[in-house]
Design a protein around this ligand. Structure first.
Ligand code: FAD
Length: 517
């Protein structure tokens, strides 16, 4: 099967479509929703990265799953059209775009599903693939006092968009990513053949595992069944600072390997510049304006960067402050942070999960939210993280990246290896995220080049790593990325999207007009 792949590859040829094709296609589609070909600039040809832009043939706002299936079927009847599901367009490298193809605005289906279910004593919510996690949170908490278990830091992302990647935040050490099969138990998917298929661990399981972390390659997720748990009322949100990398990783790893009740409910961390730079340095750490960072407390031995462990503990209104204090102090007691560089606040659970929304509002007000974002996300194995710190954090990006530089450990055993996500080898690996905010201009190319340099260096030094939210241009790079999972990925593609219609912006497979089934 894999050997055939070379034969079926051909270039898309969007330019050959006559301009009036959209109205012809539109009539034959008989959509409940809408199709637009003019005035779509600024939506379907843009993403959060602000680096790539390609022009689609049309933007489709489906009214539901049936419309999506019709669009995919229509594309499959042509020799060259592709279909990209666009969640909230928060990709960096054009992954949700379709050059000369159909872009489906999944947000227009966000109201299609919202139903609470109780199965075997557990609660689940059926939500649309186009729903924003922010809305899922607000509705679940306000209506049922329940919430999903695993999150992303920022919730202005769609359910289908994060499930197609992984969906990682400070709860993933305990529950795995959002795309873990214990967090999402059933999907409704429109495959690349235009078939509407319900899948789970026991029903159409290959499609289920494939779609989770599948980069949109096997189907468009139109509904997901997400496991819920009781929502706490409040969160104690804490940041503590380290000058020594070894102590920071020792404590972070200690916390993520403890069982429930023996650790915090959220564990993350970040690296910051040892300077007074307002964005990259000491001022980026305090959680409350009344509690400033006093650099006099930084140990003499500190180097060019410092490390911050960020943790949180859930509690309820009924818990007495002294109970929360003693639980927090008990957990922090044995850790080796700089004692006088500790910051904490109490916030509602909702405020905590929506914390990046505040950052967004601030960045929008300053005009930097819409600036380009040449972000780099990597999973680096524990065995390679000391080298990575020494070269990348302490030298290459020691002055910061104009935004957060996240660094925290995750556990491979919490990820289901039947899904399409690929990870480094070791049980403990770190997510590294260089979340760059830059003004437009030549610096963008320089920073993209620096990202390439970092990845190249990781390869050269033989680090155990994988890109998260991967972006490659060549088949060879994709093969290397998937490693021994490549053949499984290709076989899933053959089974569920044989003409390579879906998610062309990932640049993994090229559209073919040969249906191999
Ligand atoms: P899009 O960018 O619209 O789409 C991404 C890919 O998924 C595309 O290939 C698209 O075709 C495909 N796709 C979209 N919808 C569907 C669907 N319903 N079915 C199948 N395929 C689909 N990630 C984390 O893990 N943790 C974080 O904390 C985190 N924080 C972030 C913060 C910000 C500010 C930003 C911009 C991104 C962050 N991300 C994070 C990355 C984010 O998870 C991915 O970029 C995700 O793909 C964005 O979701 P989206 O809905 O915008 O997807």
């Amino acid at each position: 099967m894999i050997a055939c792949l070379g034969r079926i590859v051909q270039d898309t040829d969007a330019g050959s479509i006559p301009d009036d094709d959209v109205s012809t296609i539109s009539q034959s589609l008989d959509l409940q929703g809408t199709i637009e070909s003019g005035g779509i600039q600024g939506v379907a040809d843009k993403d959060f990265g602000g680096i790539y832009s390609v022009k689609p043939l049309a933007l489709i706002k489906p009214s539901g799953t049936e419309d999506i299936a019709r669009v995919v079927k229509a594309a499959s009847r042509t020799s060259h059209l592709t279909v990209a599901a666009r969640g909230n367009g928060h990709s960096i490298n054009g992954q949700a775009m379709a050059d000369g193809g159909f872009v489906i605005d999944m947000r227009s289906t966000e109201e299609s599903h919202f139903k609470l279910l109780r199965i075997g004593g557990s609660s689940y919510i059926d939500v649309s693939g186009g729903a924003l996690w922010e809305d899922v949170l607000k509705r679940c908490v306000s209506m049922f006092r329940l919430a999903p278990r695993s999150w992303t830091d920022y919730l202005g992302l769609t359910v289908g968009g994060t499930l197609s990647n992984a969906g990682v935040s400070g709860q993933a050490f305990r529950y795995g990513p959002q795309a873990q099969t214990s967090n999402v138990t059933e999907l409704e998917v429109v495959t690349g053949k235009g078939e509407i298929t319900v899948c789970s661990e026991t029903q159409n399981s290959e499609l289920f595992f494939g779609a989770l972390g599948g980069l949109g390659q096997f189907g468009i997720i139109t509904r997901a069944r997400v496991k819920l748990q009781p929502a706490p009322d409040m969160v104690r949100w804490i940041r503590v600072v380290y000058s020594e990398f070894e102590e920071f990783i020792r404590d972070a790893e200690f916390l993520v390997t403890r069982g429930e009740g023996e650790s915090f409910d959220y564990v993350e961390g970040f690296v910051f510049s040892n300077s007074d730079d307002p964005i990259n340095g000491w001022p980026s750490v305090p959680l409350d304006p009344d509690n400033e960072f006093n650099p006099a407390h930084i140990p003499q031995t500190a180097g060019s960067v410092l490390y911050c462990l960020e943790v949180a503990l859930h509690y309820h209104h009924s818990d007495h402050t002294s109970t929360v204090d003693s639980a927090v102090n008990g957990l922090l007691e044995g850790l080796g942070f700089v004692r006088r560089l500790k910051f904490q606040v109490n916030v509602s659970y909702m405020e905590f999960l929506l914390r990046v929304k505040r950052v967004e509002e601030h960045a929008r007000a300053n005009g930097i939210w819409d600036s380009p974002h040449p972000w780099l996300n990597i999973f680096v194995s524990k065995s390679s993280i000391v080298d990575f710190d020494r070269t990348v954090f302490r030298k290459m990006v020691k002055d910061g990246v104009g935004g957060p530089m996240l660094l925290y450990p995750l556990l491979r055993s919490k990820w289901d290896d039947r899904t399409s996500v690929v990870l480094p080898e070791g049980e403990i690996f770190y997510i590294v995220a260089l979340l760059r905010f830059v003004p437009k201009g030549p610096s963008v190319e320089k920073l993209v080049a620096q990202n390439h340099e970092i990845v190249k260096w990781c390869h050269k030094e033989g680090l155990d790593f994988k890109l998260y939210l991967p972006h490659y241009q060549s088949k060879e790079d994709w093969k290397r990325h998937f490693g021994d999972q490549w053949s499984r990925f290709v076989e899933r593609k053959f089974s569920f999207d044989p003409m390579a219609i879906l998610a062309p912006g990932q640049k993994i497979f090229k559209r073919t007009n040969i249906n191999r089934n």
